[in-house]
Design a protein around this ligand. Structure first.
Ligand code: SF4
Length: 242
């Protein structure tokens, strides 16, 4: 796999490698991508950011079953701010982590109600909001302000590392290699779709315990598959229903 040295001295995959990965991924996503309420065209920015907050440490299917009822009851930051922390705890019991979620969302909702639902544009101002770290700041910059930003979590990291090569640091937020690769992959007008496609590939194909390389749309150039001998052993084209 050809590699280039970028200006900061970090070795990143070539534009060709990145482009091929993105192209195959997006083709696969058109057919196999998952459908969630927060991905609908009609979803508001409030719903998209709320979903990203709830998706942390929780399976998307679990959040999806809970989400429509919750946003019907609390359709805006203002309405959410009117709920007490105890009310929110009751709401979150079905999806777990209810105390932590209730406290964190209660604080953010109050802040957002004061800000009339508008997030700041600057990362340094975003990351000091209650419960907003690098991941949620990226989601805000992408969904609310139209920037291309990676939703780099443990799932996206797993796919990128298997495909392109491992990170150096334990914490993905500070790993310059992984951050650079994610930014190169998630770029341009299709940034949202690329993010969703990587996350769906992680959930449906490049699973944590047993990656299903035989049905993977990016197996041809995947470093992990090559090292494991998956390319020689398996016949591509198997069904996702296997
Ligand atoms: Fe993951 Fe295998 Fe696909 Fe590589 S080929 S991205 S390891 S499922």
């Amino acid at each position: 796999m050809a590699k280039l040295q970028d200006g900061s001295g970090i070795v990143i995959p070539s534009a060709e490698d990145i482009g091929k990965f993105r192209q195959n991924l997006l083709s696969w996503y058109q057919q196999h991508g998952r459908h969630f309420p927060w991905r609908n065209k009609s979803a508001t920015n409030y719903q998209r950011i709320l979903a990203e907050i709830l998706l942390q440490r929780t399976q998307a299917e679990t959040v999806a079953s809970f989400f429509p009822g919750f946003v019907k009851r609390f359709p805006s930051w203002k309405k959410l701010a009117e709920a007490t922390e105890e009310e929110l705890q009751e709401c979150f019991k079905p999806i777990g982590l209810w105390r932590r979620r209730a406290a964190s969302l209660n604080r953010l909702a109050n802040e957002m109600a004061m800000r009339r639902g508008r997030f700041p544009r600057e990362r340094e101002k975003l990351e000091v909001l209650p419960g907003v770290g690098q991941y949620i700041a990226n989601a805000v910059l992408m969904f609310c302000h139209g920037e291309s930003q990676p939703l780099l979590d443990a799932n996206m990291a797993r796919v990128l590392e298997r495909y392109f090569g491992p990170r150096k640091l334990v914490d993905i937020r500070y790993d310059p290699y992984l951050q650079s690769v994610a930014r190169e992959v998630v770029t341009g007008d299709s940034a949202r779709l690329v993010n969703w496609a990587v996350l769906d590939l992680a959930a449906l194909v490049c699973e944590q315990k047993t990656p299903r390389c035989s049905v993977c749309p990016v197996v041809e150039r995947c470093r992990f598959a090559r090292e494991q001998g998956s390319l020689a052993r398996e016949e591509p084209g198997g069904s996702l229903q296997d």
